[in-house]
Design a protein around this ligand. Structure first.
Ligand code: N01
Length: 547
């Protein structure tokens, strides 16, 4: 196959030889370009969107906002950049973050190496020549010794296979594919399906516009107040004065964010009054890390977790006036923190509005989309002018599996991963040489501040490429043993926590038929980084390199 592709490359109009191909023009892809350029390598990135920004390019739904504070959620690689950029609010909203990413693309002159509106469809490695041949949906056929997959973890939006969707006469939207011109729901009857982070952010805003909003909730999710607000300029000045130290300190934390004093005791060693005061203070402070950091064992001890879960359930019962709705909103099927904890602004309060109705889509599942709305299993018909799917993504593996990635006549990556993703350190896959995954499955990725994780990965990859060049090496791949041991370790660590108790997208539970495998590494960012550094220091232990 690669010979055919090579012929097309030489014959085609969109061809070229590069040192590295980067797939994706989001935060990961842009930093990859920058870092490769600093190594003196010629790289090219392909991006499916009509602009750079990845997640922040696509997810333009009302209320889209990062749940990591804006002073943290930014690149650390350039001190002038982090000193000069001003974030107007405690948490960046979608348009501010996209503006920031565009600024970075311009400031570091990255755009010239990004080809937009182009989706990579196939990548094939020729072991004889150590060359990847990469094909796109626009007919490009390009080659490079290295391929860097910066395809994102939540970049394959998923609309459930509801029967009848094509018949719906109104308009429907997915939060992850939001129209750029925006949507005005004023005066409309709206159905919202899904109550994860996207739904929880969007629902309060759509409720303020819609004539009536029905929210279809299959699983209640825990959400904490974000306490967003204008940037406190004193906090900003202090943070900026300490930026370098804070960024360095972030590498020694479990989530890649400094400034949260680690907890010192178990929730069970505190009296009920102490616990209440502690949780109350964290609830008032806003943010999820701080809350989960109330005690040492919230994510590992069910009895400890119960105290935190019940605190939040009681908050919900206190906010939502209708007791039946409140009870339905109070999550009981998973420990707090084991699904991605949501942050909101007035989410629970929204259910006190007369124009909002919560529907229990667990008791009465959505059976089909109809011409005029949808029907649930009990036969109830709902009429809508618009339906919004906040139904999530084929997380962590979706985007990679959509590309036909092969090594000669070997199985495609999607076939290798039929039983779940396998990687070594979330950085490389055995049998797929010279292909790196940025924040891939098996790395802490979504369990950290993503930009710290991206920079750590790309710095490691750049050091690796530099070392290979020095040593005259042309090929690197993990050994099957190293991959097997790492996958085992990722699973063992997850099994020592409460995470597997939740049916989350971390285990692929949101996609029917997706294998149940715990995908992110939850052993903490600090330990993970130490492991990556030790692997490199020990001559790239677990990898085989060849000339
Ligand atoms: O997606 P989700 P998301 N019938 O998968 C429901 C990040 N993010 O886009 O739980 C009815 O969490 C599904 O129900 P259930 C963040 O990491 C960050 O909200 O499967 N309902 C669930 O309620 C986040 O975790 C930010 O039972 C159906 C919802 O749809 C991740 O992205 C903001 C259904 C999907 O929730 C994904 O969040 C936004 C069906 N057939 C996103 N199928 C911030 O930084 C699915 N659902 C703040």
């Amino acid at each position: 196959m690669s010979e055919v592709m090579e012929r097309e490359a030489s014959a085609g109009t969109h061809s070229g030889k590069f040192d590295a191909i980067v797939v994706g023009g989001g935060l990961g892809g842009l930093y990859a370009l920058h870092r490769l350029r600093r190594l003196g390598l010629k790289a090219k990135a392909f991006e499916a969107g009509s602009g750079v920004g990845g997640t922040w390019f696509w997810n333009r739904y009302p209320g889209a906002r990062c749940d990591v504070e804006s002073l943290e959620y930014s690149y650390a690689f350039d001190n002038d950049l982090q000193q000069e950029w001003h974030w107007p609010e405690r948490y960046g909203n979608q348009s501010e973050i996209l503006q920031y990413i565009n600024h970075v693309a311009d400031r570091f002159d990255l755009r010239k190496d990004v080809q937009l509106n182009t989706r990579v469809t196939a990548a094939d490695f020729d072991r004889g020549r150590n060359i990847w041949t990469v094909k796109t949906d626009k007919g490009d056929v390009v080659t490079a010794p290295f391929c860097i997959m910066a395809t994102g973890n939540l970049s394959t939006p998923r609309v459930p296979d509801f029967k009848g969707i094509e018949r719906f006469k109104g308009k429907w939207y997915h939060t992850g594919l939001w129209p750029h011109e925006g949507v005005d729901f004023t005066g409309l009857r709206v159905g919202a399906i899904g109550t994860g982070s996207s739904g929880v952010q969007m629902i309060p805003i759509v409720a303020r516009q819609a004539k009536h909003l029905h929210v279809f909730q299959r699983t209640a999710n825990f959400s904490l107040p974000a306490r967003n607000g204008p940037m406190d300029l004193e906090i900003e000045a202090r943070h900026k004065a300490e930026y370098t130290d804070r960024r360095a300190a972030a590498y020694d934390t479990p989530f890649g964010i400094a400034g949260f004093p680690p907890p010192t005791k178990s929730a069970l060693d505190a009296t009920p009054e102490e616990r209440e005061a502690q949780y109350e203070a964290k609830w008032a402070e806003g943010g999820s890390i701080s809350f989960l950091y109330s005690y040492t064992d919230i994510l590992v001890n069910k009895a400890s977790n119960d105290t935190a879960s019940e605190f939040v359930r009681n908050k919900i019962r206190g906010i939502v006036k209708d007791p039946v709705t409140a009870e339905l909103l109070a999550p009981k099927d998973h420990p707090i923190g084991t699904k991605r904890l949501c942050l909101d602004t007035n989410y629970y309060e929204t259910y006190n509005r007369d124009n909002v109705t919560l529907v229990n889509a667990r008791a009465t599942p959505i059976e089909e989309i109809t011409e005029n709305g949808l029907r649930t299993a009990d036969g109830t018909e709902y009429e809508f002018d618009a339906i919004v799917f906040a139904t999530g993504f084929d997380a962590m593996t979706g985007a990679l599996k959509e590309i036909d990635i092969r090594v000669g006549n070997g199985p495609a990556l999607a076939e290798k991963w039929e039983g779940g993703p396998t990687t070594y350190l979330g950085l490389m896959v055995a049998g797929f040489p010279n292909m790196f995954t940025i924040t891939g499955p098996g790395s802490p990725s979504v369990k950290t501040q993503m930009i710290v994780a991206i920079e750590q990965h790309m710095d490691w990859i750049a050091d690796c490429l530099g070392t290979m060049r020095q040593r005259g090496m042309a090929r690197i791949e993990p050994t099957p043993d190293a991959e097997r041991d790492w996958v085992q370790h990722v699973n063992d660590v997850a099994d020592s926590t409460l995470y597997p108790l939740a049916n989350s997208w971390y285990v692929g539970a949101n996609i029917p038929g997706k294998p149940r495998v715990f995908m992110p590494y939850v052993g903490g960012f600090a330990g993970y980084k130490k492991k990556c550094d030790a692997v490199a220091a020990n001559g790239y232990e677990g990898f085989s390199m060849s000339k």
